[in-house]
Design a protein around this ligand. Structure first.
Ligand SMILES: Cc1cc2nc3c(=O)[nH]c(=O)nc-3n(C[C@H](O)[C@H](O)[C@H](O)COP(=O)(O)O)c2cc1C
Length: 138
């Protein structure tokens, strides 16, 4: 069964950690046909993982143990009918896509101290859906 998992965490990354995380993620996710996207906003990660339910669970099990971030909190975990990040094993979503504006629009209280943590499952899903469409235009 195809499933998705969305979580937030607090980054503990040094500047050169992110390229290493992306490179390793792309190799491992491609092997287990997991796709998704990673977004960093004001020191918080928001990540979307999709693929075989069990494979997504295995990847997330490794991610939560990673010392380069802390306080992983699952926002959503559900079955889905289609992937939204078909062509990417792990897309890095830079702010140039207008992601910050989207967060502002989706989080009920603007200027929330911790906007990503305030996202609910529906809003987080909508956020990644919108960004998947925008990233395809690159
Ligand atoms: C924010 C963040 C996102 C990550 N995303 C993935 C991912 O999508 N896929 C993956 O295999 N590893 C990801 N990792 C790396 C894993 O935590 C882990 O280092 C990697 O899977 C290798 O596992 P291993 O060290 O047990 O071999 C991520 C790490 C961080 C900090």
């Amino acid at each position: 069964m195809l499933g998705r998992l969305i979580y937030t965490s607090t980054s503990l990354c040094q500047s050169d950690d992110i390229p290493q995380i992306l490179e390793r993620s792309r190799t491992l996710n491609a092997q287990s046909e997991v796709t998704g996207a990673l977004f960093l906003h004001e020191g918080k990660f928001l990540q979307y993982l999709e693929g075989d339910e069990a494979a997504v669970g295995t990847v997330y099990g490794r991610i939560v143990k990673d010392p380069r971030h802390k306080d992983c909190r699952q926002i959503d975990c559900r079955l889905i009918s289609v992937r939204i990040f078909n062509d990417w094993s792990m897309t890095w979503l830079p702010h140039t896509f207008g992601a910050g504006l989207l967060i502002d629009a989706l989080v009920p209280h603007k200027r929330h101290a911790d906007a990503l943590s305030a996202l609910d499952a529906t809003s987080a899903g909508a956020f990644f859906y919108a960004l998947s469409k925008l990233s395809q235009r690159l």
